[in-house]
Design a protein around this ligand. Structure first.
Ligand SMILES: [Zn+2]
Length: 95
């Protein structure tokens, strides 16, 4: 059984065109898109190694909890043309 939290809507897990998107977006590399990144928690300041999903598109926004203090982050992931990921993390409870 799969349960989902309303607080954390998941994007389509496996878009059919994921492979096509990767080929178009990163023509210079063979699967070199970053699949992990280190970010610093806006709450406790601790570094967290997070997993990324290049197949979900060049611009992604989602909520993830800090692995250290369990506070919710708003994550914004943007892939650059060379396949590197630019990750921005902000506090998600400020609304
Ligand atoms: Zn934290």
């Amino acid at each position: 059984m799969i349960t989902r939290s309303n607080d954390n809507p998941a994007p389509d897990p496996e878009p059919d065109d994921a492979d096509t998107w990767l080929d178009d977006a990163f023509p210079l590399g063979d699967g070199v898109a970053d699949d992990s990144s280190e970010v610093y928690c806006p709450y406790c300041g601790e570094p967290n190694e997070i997993g990324l999903d290049p197949g979900s598109g060049p611009h992604q926004e989602y909520v993830e909890d800090c692995q250290v203090c369990c506070q919710p982050w708003q994550l914004v992931v943007q892939y650059l043309p060379d396949g590197s990921a630019h990750v921005t993390v902000t506090a998600a409870d400020g609304e």
